[in-house]
Write a protein that binds this ligand. Structure first.
Ligand SMILES: Nc1ncnc2c1ncn2[C@@H]1O[C@H](COP(=O)(O)OP(=O)(O)OP(=O)(O)O)[C@@H](O)[C@H]1O
Length: 257
């Protein structure tokens, strides 16, 4: 049977007892190229954390095709490595092999080839032995993209991937994202630049804590929906009393289909 895709069913998630996203319903088809848009604080990163399995739903559930749980690459908004840790470009990119090779394992020939190809794809040849501390913000972002390439995942989650990138580098990475899409991977990216979203992303999910709209980008990014998203974000009360949580047995989590 074909997988229905990634199913968000009545998904509520947040921090402590404060939901950041409320009661989301959507089915994201496998192979989708989806932008997640919305104002600051709308819950976009929170949604990606739940999809990546880093944050558990408070209620509701996420249904992921089983192969996605093992083959998931996640570019967080901020790098998760410490720049105090002495690692060079080659070794940082090679960490992208860990999901399929195992952590700290010696690279086999295929892994060496993949790392070299990824470094070439992000135009960091010659930088292999440079320590990460010595790189610019844009070069560091290239290293993070190379890690994603090496992972060769079916589901790719990108949280504001164009941070610190100039326009031509952004175009390069948009072309890479398009290639991932052409290869049948599912790509979900949090983006703020709505013109980029209109040009490159066929599907959009517009969030403002609640789901404002989900579907073909042109229809989702209508003036009416954008106004509604802005209004919801402005109306949100950060100091509202926490939501009562249901009894533990009523909670759902990320589940495999
Ligand atoms: N670790 C955390 N602990 C407590 N609250 C958090 C945490 N992370 C996020 N939040 C809160 O959850 C809400 C949603 O945050 P989130 O980062 O998901 O929004 P966003 O749409 O990605 O925002 P932005 O566009 O500004 O990056 C915000 O009110 C934020 O302050």
């Amino acid at each position: 049977m074909n997988s229905p895709g990634i199913v968000l069913h009545d998904l509520t998630a947040g921090y402590g007892r404060h939901p950041a996203i409320h009661h989301l319903h959507a089915t994201i088809p496998c192979g989708a190229l989806l932008a997640v848009a919305g104002p600051n604080g709308a819950g976009k990163s929170t949604l990606l954390k739940v999809l990546a399995g880093e944050l558990k739903p408070m209620t509701g559930r996420v249904g992921l095709p089983p192969e996605y749980r093992q083959q998931l690459a996640y570019l967080t908004q901020q790098p998760t490595w410490s720049l105090d840790f002495p690692v060079d470009v080659h070794d940082a990119v090679a960490m992208g092999c860990w999901p399929w090779l195992g952590p700290w394992r010696a690279l086999n020939e295929a892994a060496h080839r993949r790392v070299a190809e990824a470094i070439a794809a992000v135009k960091l040849q010659g930088f292999e032995h440079r320590p990460l501390q010595s790189l610019s913000g844009g070069q560091l972002q290239r290293v993070r993209f190379a890690q994603i390439i090496v992972q060769d995942a079916r589901l790719i989650l990108l949280d504001e991937p164009f941070n610190a990138l100039d326009e031509s580098t952004e175009e390069e990475f948009l072309a890479l994202i398009r290639r991932w899409h052409d290869e049948g991977r599912t790509v979900i990216a949090v983006l703020h630049d709505l013109e980029r979203v209109r040009r490159y992303f066929p599907l959009t999910l517009l969030l403002a804590r609640e789901l404002v709209a989900f579907g073909p980008t042109e229809a989702v990014l209508s003036a009416e929906h954008l106004e509604r998203a802005r209004h919801h974000a402005e109306a949100f009360d950060e100091h509202a009393a926490p939501c009562p949580l249901p009894a533990d047995e009523e909670k759902d989590e990320v589940v495999h289909q």
